[in-house]
Write a new protein. Structure first.
Length: 267
């Protein structure tokens, strides 16, 4: 059921000139609720570090191992050498990505907690100074002075005052850093998956056939990753997929060319 419009409600002509109260419908309300729910779900995944780690992991796995495989294969190495090099790269890369993500996210959270502690100490020393900075920051975001003053006082009287205040003043909080475990596990697993794809043909073939199969599999996977990323970000899937494929192609050509020129295993 559509909630009735209050007589003293907002001035919609000024607030949302593209929308007319008389055109409000249950279908539009439901669609708006779905959009907000999808936004919150995406925000939770982003805050948890999963999306960033997943995209980085699978993309780095694809590019890193394809480049290594092409570099080694370009040096006319034996198929067994290519397989061993690819497996070593998969394991080392996955562990390295996981460790890097864990350290990065954990460090970001610790830095944010330090800022929250600084805000808490500043509030203990001089509440008016803190309120002044909060008010100024909120006014920079478009609030009028009276609203910004009331909002600043409300922020600092809440249970999570330091967290909310730090988010307003610095744009971050410890919660925004996400989970280091989620980031590490996502990165490890998806790097391994990405690195395995270009390596698979070398367990069943060798030579130019295996090289071609690695390139085709990686190209298709890159298109899928780029397209999915583009759709989730609200951009054109085709454009993002094409950009992803171009990056992989350039990196692969450079590495394969270096391997051919060197004539030896270069990774």
């Amino acid at each position: 059921m559509i909630a009735p419009m209050e007589p003293s409600g907002p001035d919609w002509d000024a607030l949302a000139p593209h929308w007319r109260p008389g055109h409000r419908s249950a279908e539009d309300d439901a669609a708006a609720e779905r959009e907000l729910a999808a936004m919150r779900a995406t925000a939770e995944r982003v805050a948890g570090g999963g999306i960033r780690a997943a995209v980085l992991g699978v993309n780095d796995g694809l590019v890193t191992n394809l480049c290594l495989i092409l570099g080694v294969a370009g040096a006319a190495a034996e198929p067994g050498t290519v397989r061993l090099s690819g497996l070593a790269s998969l394991v080392a890369g996955a562990l390295s990505m996981a460790a890097g993500e864990w350290v990065s996210v954990r460090g970001q959270a610790e830095v944010a907690r330090g800022m929250e502690q600084s805000l808490h100490e500043a509030w203990r020393l001089s509440p008016p100074v803190v309120l002044g900075h909060l008010t100024a920051s909120l006014r920079e975001r478009g609030l009028d002075r009276e609203t910004a003053v009331r909002a600043s006082r409300g922020v600092m009287t809440g249970r999570a005052a330091s967290r909310a205040g730090t988010r307003i003043l610095a744009g971050v909080s410890a919660e925004d850093a996400g989970s280091p475990v989620v980031a590490a596990v996502s990165s490890l697993l998806l790097f391994a998956v990405g690195a395995l794809l270009p390596l698979l043909p070398w367990f069943f073939a060798a030579g130019d056939g295996a090289v071609l199969a690695s390139v085709v599999i990686t190209a298709l996977a890159s298109l899928v990753v780029g397209g999915a990323l583009g759709r989730s970000a609200g951009r054109g899937a085709v454009r993002t997929a094409g950009r992803q494929l171009l990056i992989v192609a350039l990196a692969s050509l450079v590495t394969y060319g270096l391997g051919r020129l060197a004539g030896t295993s270069v990774m």
